[in-house]
Design a protein around this ligand. Structure first.
Ligand SMILES: [Zn+2]
Length: 1096
């Protein structure tokens, strides 16, 4: 980041401007009287009365002349929210944060649907979400004439989309992969549900247009980005002539690529429908589907399912047709096309509402007034003018914001602007920061706020003349007038207690119980820390890091260490009263690494020896965090705790936990409890941590259930990270752990941060997702925020938007840098607004939509049955696509599935979310795994969710060995695997090398240094270092993939037909999954049916 390295190109400007001093108030940590403990910390805006004496004179709290008045809040008495300064007053206030955390998009409570009785269903056709109970679906289905690759199933009374009813109990053993155990094959059939859930059907989702009175654009439909890629020969086109080549095609069904494995997942019936009719036919604009008359028998793929086949009678045979996977939208093709069309030129941000290249495309960004997509990505860059339109389309309006995103070396780091003692120039009313969208008027003496329209005086020292276009003549000399992203130096008004912060501290807190010692963890960690401490984050070119360090070890009691530089040896102080934690020493606990190096080294040498013979197996957990937080408090600084923990904290102490894992709860109404913390103690503790600016990173090394859902509460609410190394063994997991640790310790972190998103009149931020805490409805409080973490913000209309002025977002992040400097980072983004739905659909970003929908669903499981969450996603997706079909697509046969070009991957990606471990766990996925993944996804950026849900599968021997570029990926399906080839699969967390059984002997020799396939060790995690081109290339590629991800991916070598292959197949997400997840083809068919039902 190194923002301070950039010399501001601006002259020093800004003398004191008392009028504009902002952020004065306080109560950062919460509203006294609410659940949040009172803190000495200033609120982000608007002073708490207790701190009013710190207010600069002239702070304006006048209510806006238009829009919702903030006055009532700004004037709130002590103990109430006083954030009026910080925004648009009440306009910004959504539901209370507690409610928000559980809110469902579209305001439909998940919980309103009762869970229907579940029955097991031995078959395969994926059952799906709720349908209107009155719907007579059979006739509507009839036109579809496509079936998935499924056998006719025996009649069942339900839809087999749910997880298995009777899951085999967890094996309890974690493979060394850190993944899940091997998949058992005799898995129970998927659960199903006998009825749709009318209650889950959001009321407003039925508010589709009553008639298709919408006139499509004159062009006959939305303009679509041109697609490259030849059509396959022989494919039929249904519908209007194709005006642009489209990558999808509909060749004869059952065409499989050479080398395709015909073995499906165990238990899955082979495709058995020969093709007699053309299937999905290609249509313009990414439309798919046969233009045929309805066939009454389509209901049969869902035999007996009341919501799908409402006609009485025995199940009918399937239509003799299988949808060809090559005929449906391919993620690989879309990614390739975007790379080819957009990867070569920089993305220039000067134009409002531009859709950036996909996250999978490598491109440079030129900031010309809007924030780079590295900082902000939106679900749509053209948002409907009215809430009615937005409700009709059901496209969530959300921004995924990564305020401290790292930039590639080719892109300039952010300028730091210093407006002097008065602090950054802001709008008097809404407190938005000076930005390129502010309008200077009256010869430059005043400016009109682009967010709230308030007219403000320009302070004399900021005055500048305007040119003939009304632009300030110094606009290009000032980052805040010409760039989308920049930083301001914050004044003391923006600091806790009106005092500039001290540099932050890192505290390493090491579990030294039996398991931690025995696995070799403690020795490994202490050895690593000796060198790692030289790489603490530092500001710019600073000689050494300003961060101080401290050390604690613990089992049932805590040991603090005095490592003061003047000591010859470290001193240990034991605190055994864990119920009332205190810090036994102040002086000598937090030290400068260089000054105390000898003592620290001595300590790190001694720790493994001191506890080498320990028999203590019990640990405490909450008191450890409490101790770290108290130490930071005593030192009056923010900081980060690095906790290395091995077991369920069962020792008698606050935060003591019991083993409450119960897989029988899966797919019941109580499943949500598996994701909820088992005690509220950790939330309370987290609030204290946030108030102190104490961020917690947790490294877990469990041998069994440790209740990740509870242990991760504090990291989650303090902006921290959780890492999990199941069954940690030094020899197997050292590389992964050390790589993660090094990255985690070195990464740039903003401490004690508050983020606020302001919007122009008409929309407002109503909901937030990520690792943070909120004590009111607008301020996102982050004890720590690193460059990997995102905050996702959802917007809703509160007024009509204007096509001409568009919509503006301004994200302001107040934080303390790693050197202790208080700064504001500002990101601005202007979006277009539309009165035609087609414009919305033309400017969407499916990857961001999926990111949002996954986070939304993963939060939903905290409060609702997982089945309900899945159904809600399916319904929303169908609504989105039905609205497009009804309002934007050119008229065509009802039998055709027509997808908006920008959203043609929505079904395949959504299906991946639906069948993910959180929403549809396989038998071997542990409760801890699910909780772990759930909280990981919450903070992921768009690129991470993209590859996490749809893994990359790279063939290694297909491209010439000399080729230095990454091989083009293939679709994540078993059908795409050739048994004569080798593939890498990665999803950001996992990395597999799959070896086909017929791979050439030379290849085997070159890569593994063995003479035959049978001699390759299954489960191998390191490739031998061999001096040949293939070995170098593959190892280089693996290094490359790892470098692209924020966590180290441990390699697992999987041989075809080997037992481990089941684990690998879990990631072939286009196929039907063992846990009952639908194949892509099946899901697309189902989605089509849902859409048709909505349209009828
Ligand atoms: Zn304003």
């Amino acid at each position: 980041m190194n923002v301070n390295q950039s010399a501001p190109p601006v002259p020093p400007f800004g003398q004191p401007q008392p009028v504009y001093a902002g952020y004065h108030q306080s109560n950062y940590g919460g509203q006294p009287g609410s659940t949040a403990p009172p803190t000495p910390y200033g609120a982000y805006n608007g002073p708490v009365p207790g701190y009013q004496q710190t207010l600069a004179p002239g702070v304006s709290r006048a209510p806006p002349s238009s829009g919702a008045p903030p006055a009532s809040r700004a004037q709130a008495p002590c103990g109430q929210a006083t954030y009026g300064q910080f925004g648009q007053g009440d306009v910004q206030n959504g539901p209370s944060s507690t409610v928000q955390m559980q809110r469902i998009p579209g305001s439909q409570p998940f919980g309103s649907a009762a869970l229907a009785p579940v029955v097991s269903q031995p078959t395969v056709f994926p059952p799906f979400g709720p349908l209107p109970s009155s719907a007579q679906v059979t006739a509507q289905l009839a036109g579809m004439q496509i079936s998935g690759a499924v056998a006719p199933a025996p009649p069942t009374s339900g839809l087999g989309y749910g997880p298995p009813t009777s899951l085999p109990s967890a094996s309890g053993s974690f493979p060394n992969s850190g993944l899940y155990g091997s998949y058992s094959q005799g898995q129970a059939p998927p659960l199903s549900q006998t009825q749709g859930h009318p209650g889950a059907q959001p009321p407003q989702r039925s508010a589709l247009p009553q008639a298709s009175s919408y006139t499509p654009p004159a062009s006959g439909g939305p303009r679509m980005p041109s697609m490259t890629g030849p059509l396959l020969p022989g494919q039929g086109f249904g519908g209007p002539p194709v005006s642009q080549p489209n990558h999808v095609s509909s060749p004869p069904p059952q065409v499989l690529p050479p080398g395709t494995q015909m073995t499906g997942p165990p238990g899955a019936p082979p495709p058995m429908h020969s093709s007699q009719q053309p299937g999905y036919q290609l249509q313009q604009n990414g439309s798919f589907g046969p233009a045929r008359s309805p066939q009454p028998n389509y209901g049969s793929p869902y035999p007996g399912a009341p919501t799908f086949g409402s006609q009485p009678g025995p199940p009918q045979p399937l239509p003799p047709k299988r949808l060809d996977p090559d005929a449906i939208p391919s993620p690989i093709q879309v990614i390739e096309d975007d790379r080819n069309s957009r990867g070569s030129e920089p993305f220039v941000t000067g134009v409002r509402g531009q859709v950036p290249p996909l996250v999978t495309t490598s491109f440079l960004v030129k900031d010309q007034g809007n924030a780079s997509p590295r900082y902000i990505r939106c679900t749509s860059y053209n948002i409907p003018c009215t809430s009615d339109m937005a409700k009709q389309a059901q496209v969530p309006l959300a921004a995924v914001i990564k305020p401290l995103a790292r930039l590639p070396p080719e892109e300039a780091s952010l300028y730091v602007v210093d407006h002097g003692e008065s602090g950054p120039l802001r709008c008097n009313r809404c407190k938005a920061y000076m930005c390129p969208f502010m309008q200077f008027i009256e010869g430059g003496r005043r400016f009109q706020c682009c967010f709230c329209s308030c007219i403000n005086d320009v302070p004399p020292q900021y005055f500048q003349h305007l040119d003939h276009t009304g632009k300030r003549v110094d606009a290009y000399d000032r980052p805040e007038l010409s760039l989308g992203s920049y930083e301001f130096l914050a004044t003391v008004d923006y600091c806790k207690n009106n005092k500039f912060p001290s540099p932050p501290a890192f505290i390493f807190m090491i579990d030294v119980s039996y398991n931690a010692i025995r696995s070799g963890l403690v020795r490994l960690l202490c050895e690593e820390l000796k060198s790692l401490l030289d790489f603490l984050p530092r500001e710019g070119r600073a000689e050494e890091s300003a961060i101080r360090v401290g050390f604690v070890t613990y089992n049932k009691v805590l040991h603090f260490y005095n490592v003061k530089s003047s000591l010859a040896q470290p001193q240990m102080m034991v605190v055994s009263d864990v119920a009332d934690m205190f810090v036994p020493l102040l002086d000598g606990f937090l030290v400068n690494v260089n000054e105390s190096r000898a003592v620290i080294t001595s300590l790190l040498d001694q720790i493994p020896e001191m506890f080498a013979d320990t028999r203590e197996t019990e640990t405490v957990f909450a008191p450890v965090i409490q101790a770290g937080m108290e130490a930071l408090k005593a030192a009056e600084c923010a900081g980060k705790l690095f906790l290395f923990h091995t077991s369920l904290p069962i020792a008698e102490a606050p935060g003591k936990l019991k083993n409450r894992d119960d897989r029988k709860l899966i797919n019941t109404d109580k499943e949500k409890t598996l994701f909820q913390p088992q005690t509220g103690a950790y939330q309370t503790l987290a609030k204290e941590c946030v108030a102190q600016g104490c961020c917690v990173d947790l490294f877990l090394f469990p041998n069994q259930y440790v209740d990740v859902a509870t242990l991760s509460v504090v990291p989650q609410l303090t902006g921290g990270s959780v890492y999990k190394y199941a069954c940690f063994q030094v020899e197997n997991d050292q590389e992964r752990f050390l790589s993660d640790l090094r990255r985690d310790v070195q990464k740039v972190v903003g401490f004690d941060a508050v983020m606020r998103v302001r919007t122009s009149t008409g929309i407002r931020a109503v909901d937030f997702f990520g690792a943070f805490y909120m004590s009111n409805t607008t301020d996102v409080e982050l004890a720590g925020l690193d460059g990997d973490k995102t905050v996702t913000v959802e917007f809703k209309h509160d007024d009509r938007l204007n096509e001409e002025s568009g919509a503006l977002l301004q994200c302001a992040l107040l934080y303390t840098s790693c050197a202790g400097q208080r700064r504001l980072r500002i990101h601005n983004l202007a979006l277009n607004c539309c009165t035609q739905l087609a414009d919305l659909y033309r400017n969407c970003e499916t990857d961001t939509l999926i990111n949002y929908m996954a986070k939304f669903a993963y939060r939903g499981v905290l409060n609702s049955p997982v089945k309900t969450v899945r159904d809600t996603l399916i319904t929303q997706c169908a609504q989105i696509l039905a609205c497009y079909r009804k309002n934007c697509a050119s008229p065509s046969s009802a039998g055709q599935l027509i997808l908006p070009e920008c959203m043609k991957l929505l079904p395949v990606y959504l299906n991946c979310v639906l069948k993910s471990d959180v929403l549809q766990p396989g038998a071997e996925v542990t409760t801890d795994d699910r909780a772990y993944v759930r909280q990981l996804v919450t903070s992921m950026d768009v690129a991470e969710t993209n590859v996490f849900f749809y893994p990359r599968l790279l063939p290694l021997t297909k491209s010439p060995i000399e080729s230095t570029t990454e091989p083009p990926a293939v679709r994540a399906s078993e059908e795409r695997l050739s048994n004569g080839d080798i593939y890498l699969l990665e999803n950001g967390l996992n990395l597999f090398l799959w070896v086909g059984a017929s791979v050439q002997q030379g290849v085997v020799q070159s890569l593994f240094s063995v003479s035959s396939f049978s001699q390759i060790t299954s489960g191998l995690s390191v490739l031998p270092v061999l001096d040949n081109p293939l070995s170098k290339k593959v190892r280089g590629l693996i290094d490359n993939l790892r470098a692209q991800r924020s966590r180290y991916m441990k390699l697992i070598v999987v041989k075809q037909e080997d037992k481990l292959e089941m684990l690998f197949k879990h990631f072939l997400v286009e196929d039907k999954s063992l846990s009952g997840g639908a194949s892509y083809v099946d899901f697309l068919c189902h989605m089509h049916k849902e859409i048709r039902q909505l349209l009828s």
